[in-house]
Every structure is written in structure tokens, then in C-alpha cells.
Ligand binder design. Structure first.
Ligand code: AVI
Length: 321
């Protein structure tokens, strides 16, 4: 028996209860990223089918000098969700060839990742000053105001794709309101492509994405003492062309009930009933441009890889937005 009164519920508890009680059932994708899920995501980024990370890296490596040139002089780089800063190194190196000093503010929720980011970037040379910021974006972006100078805010990795379009506009708009007219945004978006390539990227042959998806259930078992039987759910990845997004689900393989005692919840699943765990939106340049415009930016340049699989957009803060 669990003494519920003595347990502090995690901050996501209400969202989980609401999502599992709704029709269709949902769970928030932020739950993917505990320590196990973050390690699994790192593994995903190295999978042959998951082209996104290496393609974005290829653009950054091949176009870093051109990008640095477009940014002008005396730029401070702020990277949202920087992780270990693998991608940003080439851009920082290019900037350091044009500026006497480059300040880099990697922002992340994980102290451990920021520690690695600092070590990695500092090894590039003494001209780059690394100032890690531990922040949770759900608390807003006010910390951007305290970073002086002309800023490039980088939001890479197609993370914007995990927001529904209105939420993406609202989030980019929130960032915009903390920026000055001289500041810029560098945004990574994945692009629409063949269904077979998209589905393979989210349903890989080694089953790592399946493990990543099921880790949500494992996490609820660990943290909420739920009794999800992981073998009784399967990972489903579907391309929805109408909404231009990959949809990720966990599908119940049988009729079953699951107990979440800390939430005083018993959830019934019909056979084939699904829990919607994630959307990953895929853009076209026009839709990305429109999203940026609606959030108060003006697109100035888009860089692509050789296959047009991924795009990096540079945008100015629109005067009077
Ligand atoms: C973090 N985000 C950009 C990933 C994506 O591609 O949408 C998350 C992911 N989900 C399944 N595989 C990767």
C-alpha cells in the first residue's frame, strides 16, 4: 500500500491524469526526457534512419562561414536547449575568426550537459567565452534580457516541430518580446519529404525510438508507481500529410486496465486503443516563413543541405512587432 499523503506528486501529475482520462488519450512529450529518455534520444540522433541531426550538422559545417558573415560583427550567441553544444562549435569557430571575442551562452535544463558544453567549446580556443545558463523554458525567456550585446538566439534540432503551430508561434513570440531590434534568430526546421523516409526516422529498425516512446510508461511506473505492462503496448509512427506532421502513439495490444495509485486513477484500454505521445511537424519554407512572420520576425536567409531535407532559417526581429 502507498501512503499517498506522504508523497509529493511530480509537477506533471495533473497533466498525466487529464491526458489519460481524455478521449483520445494523450501524454505530454516533455515526459520523454528523464535521464533514460535523454540518453535514448542521444542514441536516436546517431541512428542511420534519423537523418535530422547529421543533416543539420552538415549545413552548419558547410555554411558556418557564410552564416557568420550574415551575422555581422560583435555577435553574442545564445543557444536554447544547447545540450552538449556539438552542433554550434563550427559556427562559434567561424565567428571567432571574425571577432576578437565571442560570448556563448548555452541554455539548458541539464547542468551535466552544460558542463560538457563548456568543456567542448572552451577547447576551441580562448577567444570564446562560455557562460552556461541553467533554465527551464516553461518559466519563460526573461533571462534573455540580462544578456547584453547583439544576440543571435539559436534554436536548433527541429525542436520547434514538437509544438503545435499556435504554440510554436506563441513560444517564438515570447522569445521575440525579450529581444532588441538588432538581435536575430537562427531556427532549425525539418522539411516535408517522402513518407517512407519520415516513417523510418521515427520507427527505426533497431527499435530505439520504440524504447524512447515506451520510456514514458516506464517513467510513470517508476515515478507514479503505475503498473503499465510495456509488452502490452506497441510503438506506432504515422505520417499525417494533412497536418504535415509525424504522429507517435503507444497502442494497446489487448483489452487491459492500468492502475496509477498515486493519482487514484484506473485507466481502461480497449484493444488497439492509442495514447498520443508526440507530434513532430515538418515544414516547407513558406510555412516556416509564415510562422516566423506571425511571431514577429522577418526571414532573411534559409540554408539547406544538399538534399533539401532540413533547413536553417535566419530571421531578424521585425521592427515594431
Ligand atoms: C526532439 N525532437 C526534435 C525529436 C523529433 O524528431 O521530433 C524527438 C523525437 N521523437 C522521436 N524521435 C525523435
Amino acid at each position: 500500500m502507498i501512503a499517498r499523503e506522504l508523497v509529493t506528486l511530480p509537477s506533471y501529475a495533473e497533466e498525466v491524469a487529464g491526458g489519460l482520462a481524455s478521449q483520445p488519450k494523450t501524454l505530454p512529450c516533455k515526459l520523454f526526457y528523464d535521464a533514460t529518455g535523454s540518453a535514448l534520444f542521444e542514441e536516436i540522433t546517431r541512428l542511420p534512419e534519423y537523418y535530422l541531426t547529421r543533416t543539420e550538422l552538415e549545413i552548419l559545417r558547410q555554411r558556418a562561414d557564410e552564416m557568420a558573415c550574415s551575422l555581422g560583427t560583435d555577435v553574442t550567441v545564445v543557444e536554447l536547449g544547447a545540450g552538449t553544444a556539438v552542433k554550434t562549435c563550427t559556427l562559434l569557430e567561424s565567428l571567432s575568426r571574425r571577432q576578437i571575442r565571442v560570448q556563448y551562452f548555452p541554455v539548458d535544463i541539464s547542468r551535466a550537459a552544460l558542463h560538457q558544453a563548456k568543456e567542448r567549446v572552451e577547447s576551441l580556443g580562448r577567444q570564446i567565452l562560455v557562460r552556461p545558463v541553467v533554465a527551464d523554458f516553461s518559466d519563460g525567456f526573461e533571462f534573455l534580457r540580462s544578456i547584453p550585446d547583439k544576440k543571435l538566439v539559436a534554436y536548433l534540432g527541429s525542436s520547434i516541430g514538437n509544438f503545435d503551430p499556435p504554440a510554436a508561434v506563441s513560444m517564438l513570440g515570447e522569445i521575440n518580446r525579450q529581444l532588441a531590434a538588432q538581435d536575430m534568430l537562427l531556427l532549425g526546421t525539418d522539411l516535408v519529404k517522402s513518407k517512407s523516409m519520415l516513417v523510418a526516422a521515427y520507427d527505426d529498425s533497431q527499435g530505439v525510438t520504440e524504447q524512447f516512446n515506451k520510456n514514458i510508461l516506464a517513467r510513470l511506473n517508476r515515478e507514479l508507481f503505475a503498473d503499465f505492462d510495456l509488452e502490452s503496448f506497441r510503438h506506432v509512427a504515422i505520417w499525417n500529410p494533412r497536418r504535415s506532421r509525424m504522429e507517435i502513439y503507444l497502442e494497446s495490444l489487448r483489452t487491459q486496465t492500468v492502475d496509477l495509485p498515486l493519482l487514484r486513477l484506473r485507466v481502461a484500454f480497449a484493444k488497439s486503443e492509442r495514447i498520443h505521445t508526440e507530434n513532430s511537424y515538418k515544414y516547407m519554407v513558406e510555412t516556416a516563413k509564415c510562422m516566423l512572420g506571425r511571431s514577429g520576425y522577418r526571414l532573411t536567409h534559409t540554408w539547406f543541405d544538399q538534399h533539401n531535407w532540413f533547413a536553417l532559417h535566419l530571421a531578424n526581429v521585425e521592427a515594431g512587432a
